[in-house]
Design a protein around this ligand. Structure first.
Ligand SMILES: *[C@@H]1O[C@H](CO)[C@@H](O)[C@H](O)[C@H]1NC(C)=O
Ligand SMILES: *[C@@H]1O[C@H](CO)[C@@H](O)[C@H](O)[C@H]1NC(C)=O
Ligand SMILES: *[C@@H]1O[C@H](CO)[C@@H](O)[C@H](O)[C@H]1NC(C)=O
Ligand SMILES: *[C@@H]1O[C@H](CO)[C@@H](O)[C@H](O)[C@H]1NC(C)=O
Length: 741
């Protein structure tokens, strides 16, 4: 290969620069002028002379080498010829090219110096061949047959196709500034030897590609032609390209890590991708694909990054940690080249976070589930990462505590024995249910006993209102005592007293059965006073349970327990029972309030034509229809009761109906002595009250069965025997107060 003169190196670099500057289509000097094929049309064929500017411009691969031998041959073919004669004198001399001499000048020896470089790219070789063909008749360059492959080209002649010169922008500087391993040839230089344009372009004066400089005594080139893709008889859009095969064969990549970093580095990745996309994987070291820093699992694109729902509660050093983990990585474009994009280094981020890095809402119910799933998805495949607690799978489901609407528990009591902490076993669910059963059973037995005794002497000293209040107070008192008893056990000192007292108010009680047993005596006696006092106590205690039931329902709604669809379909049955028990309870409670209000309205004839908001009339009509239907139902029940009473009614105690009896009503006084009207009314109200109490009891049972099962570990109820005793006594005393005093 020739040693390049400095000026030619700069021509080459300039040519290269214009090749690389692909983005602005008008920047390329190659395209500064349209192609004007300089043919030999004006050639004076007969004489074999040609003006130098009529010669075809220099081929690209000659211009990219030292053209001095080339110019020498062209200079030697020049002759100062006389173009005008006057008699024997020549009146005008001009420098012209002697075509024959020119053809003979380009001997195989001369071409042999240029060919290795021109032979790199098949298009450059074809251009050179065409140039030579137009000058002479030889169909080979250096030796016979060496130009057979370029006599007729097709797009397929480019063995590996071509790529736009702009793809070198995807190569890292450590590659574009490197040299070929053995030949030490510059990357840009090899690239220039393989470059071509969409169509042939002139780089200088297209109208005057050659000039004879008399002062220098030499031909000079004012222009050269780039290699154009049209040599393949194909067409591509104009632009700067390079022949992949040419480049990949003539540039030897150096995989020494000192140039482009270690496997896994950004530049290393850019380089490998560039080589793969340009030359295919055969030139790459083994396992190159394993250490690429490309967007994907290991490097998460910024746009794909998301935080868990409890983001607001995450500590600042965790949320800001992500900035220190943001690095540049490669996004492969459609051709496989690297576009540098910011990404989050998954492994680095994960090493700085674990389950306990975030507290607060990140550890509570849905947010916790969301947080754990997020953490799991993000980090579980990071080697050596161990940020999830042992029981993380359990934490991804609602825990029993999550399903309990309040946040306090009654723990098992713990004691220190011989220096080690031991905790008592939790009372079993059977025992808890058993204790409710015991209270019920004792109450029932007491009622049966009273019923028998009452028949003989029924004497009431206390008014039913005081009795009702006393029964309620007794129950609340028992609850309070039990709360204190529980609170005194070690480890349970901070139980909220009011909450626990009122929670126990929502326990099922047998009031409906008491009212039925004690109120409806077999021998024609009706103990309204007892029934009313039980009812009174029940009203108070049920109203108190609102404190527990309402938050339960609100909590259930908020966490989608009722209409959750699939999300909480795997809620345990106990939780379903608890939440639907609470809902049923509220429905019955609302029904009871509605019924009381309707009854009072009817009794006192509340003005029906008050001004209501628009739409309220419909609502009113609906509700009064409902009330009528309910009325009919209860009237039917009442009738049955009345039949039971017929003839054996012996009104004892205070003779007034159960509901709306405040002494002012016309019905009450008008039927004081037990008229049919009064009996029918009383029977209806009595039946209604008993049914409502029964329904409330039923829903409380459902609620408590669910609650006990759900919270078997969270509500341990130490001293259950003692608690049961207190409740039993309270219930027993209450029953006696209602019926016998
Ligand atoms: C030209 O290139 C072809 C293949 O690219 C090669 O076989 C041939 O030997 C080369 N000729 C010269 C003279 O370098
Ligand atoms: C390497 O190049 C081949 C095509 O030459 C392509 O199919 C493959 O996806 C590339 N590999 C990478 C990692 O870009
Ligand atoms: C955040 O701060 C806590 C305590 O200051 C520390 O234990 C933890 O490692 C920090 N996390 C990160 C990711 O820096
Ligand atoms: C406590 O330790 C002593 C001796 O170490 C032993 O005799 C005793 O049984 C232990 N008590 C209990 C409750 O384990």
């Amino acid at each position: 290969m020739k040693i390049f003169a400095p000026c030619l190196t700069s021509i080459m670099l300039w040519a290269w620069g214009s090749l690389a500057a692909k983005d602005s289509p008008h920047s390329s000097a190659f395209r500064s002028k349209e192609v004007v094929p300089i043919s030999v049309a004006r050639e004076d064929r007969g004489a074999g002379w040609l003006y130098p500017e009529e010669l075809t411009p220099m081929p690209q691969c000659i211009a990219q080498q030292d053209p001095s031998s080339w110019l020498k041959i062209m200079t030697e073919s020049m002759e100062n010829v006389c173009t005008r004669h006057f008699l024997f004198w020549c009146t005008r001399h001009e420098w012209r090219t002697q075509l024959n001499r020119l053809s003979l000048g380009f001997t195989p020896d001369v071409l042999a110096d240029y060919l290795p470089y021109c032979n790199r790219s098949i298009l450059a070789k074809a251009q050179l061949y065409n140039w030579m063909r137009s000058r002479g008749s030889r169909t080979w360059l250096v030796k016979a047959g060496d130009a057979n492959d370029v006599q007729r080209l097709y797009p397929e002649s480019l063995a590996r196709g071509y790529a736009a010169a702009g793809v070198t922008h995807h190569a890292p500087p450590c590659l574009t500034e490197s040299v070929s391993r053995a030949s030490r040839e510059q990357f840009h230089h090899v690239m220039a030897s393989c470059s071509f344009t969409g169509t042939t372009q002139h780089t200088g004066r297209a109208d005057r590609p050659w000039e004879y400089r008399e002062d220098l005594g030499s031909m000079t080139a004012l222009d050269f032609e780039t290699v154009g893709y049209e040599l393949t008889n194909g067409y591509i859009e104009n632009g700067d390209y390079f022949d992949r095969d040419c480049f990949c064969k003539n540039f030897e990549f150096d995989h020494d890590t000192q140039y482009c970093g270690e496997p896994g580095d950004l530049e290393w990745t850019q380089k490998q991708l560039w080589i793969n996309a340009t030359c295919g994987p055969s030139l790459l070291p083994k396992n190159w694909i394993d250490s690429l820093r490309t967007l994907g699992r290991a490097y998460i694109p910024i746009k794909d990054w998301s935080w868990p729902a409890c983001f607001a509660d995450m500590p600042k050093n965790v949320t800001e940690h992500v900035h220190t983990c943001t690095v540049d990585a490669c996004e492969r474009d459609s051709s496989g080249y690297c576009n540098v994009k910011p990404a989050i280094d998954r492994a680095r981020f994960c090493r700085g976070i674990q389950y306990d890095s975030c507290a607060g809402s990140c550890h509570i119910f849905e947010q916790r589930i969301n947080y754990i799933l997020w953490l799991h998805e993000l980090c579980i495949h990071v080697p050596d990462w161990d940020g999830l607690p042992e029981n993380w799978r359990r934490l991804t489901m609602p825990t029993t505590l999550d399903m309990t609407p309040w946040d306090w528990t009654i723990g098992r009591t713990s004691t220190v024995v011989n220096g080690t902490l031991t905790s008592d076993h939790c009372v079993s669910n059977e025992w808890k249910i058993g204790s409710i059963f015991i209270v019920h059973a004792v109450t029932y037995l007491a009622a049966v006993y009273i019923r028998r005794v009452q028949i003989r002497h029924v004497e009431h000293r206390l008014p039913w209102l005081s009795k009702g209040l006393s029964i309620a107070a007794l129950q609340l008192g028992a609850n309070y005592i039990n709360t204190i008893l529980v609170q005194q056990t070690p480890g349970n000192g901070d139980i909220p007293v009011v909450d626990l007292v009122l929670l126990w108010c929502s326990m099922p009680r047998l009031s409906w059965l008491l009212a039925l047993l004690v109120g409806l005596l077999p021998q024609g006696t009706v103990n309204f006073s007892a029934a009313k006092s039980y009812l009174m106590a029940e009203v108070i205690l049920q109203a108190a349970s609102l404190y527990i039931m309402l938050p339960t329902i609100v909590y259930g709604l908020r966490h989608n327990f009722y209409f959750g669809g699939l999300k909480f379909a795997n809620l345990p049955d106990s939780a379903k029972s608890m939440y639907f028990g609470a809902l049923a309870w509220l429905a019955v409670f609302a029904l009871a309030v509605f019924w009381v209000v309707q009854t009072i309205r009817r009794k006192y004839g509340v003005d029906e034509d008050q001004d209501y908001l628009p739409g309220a009339k419909d609502l009113k009509r609906t509700s009064s229809n409902l009330a009528d239907n309910l009325d009919k139902l209860f009237a039917w029940l009442g009738n049955n009761l009345e039949r039971h009473w017929m003839g054996k009614i012996d009104i004892s105690g205070e003779q007034s109906p159960l509901i709306g009896e405040n002494g002012g009503g016309k019905t009450t006084y008008g039927t004081l002595n037990g008229g049919t009207e009064f009996r029918r009314d009383s029977a209806k109200h009595y039946a209604t009250a008993v049914v409502i109490m029964f329904l409330l009891w039923l829903s409380q049972c459902v609620f408590w069965m669910g609650f006990i099962n759900l919270s078997s570990d969270e509500f341990c109820l130490p001293r259950l025997g003692l608690l049961t005793a207190v409740w039993t006594i309270a219930s027993l005393v209450g029953t006696f107060i209602g019926a016998a005093i």
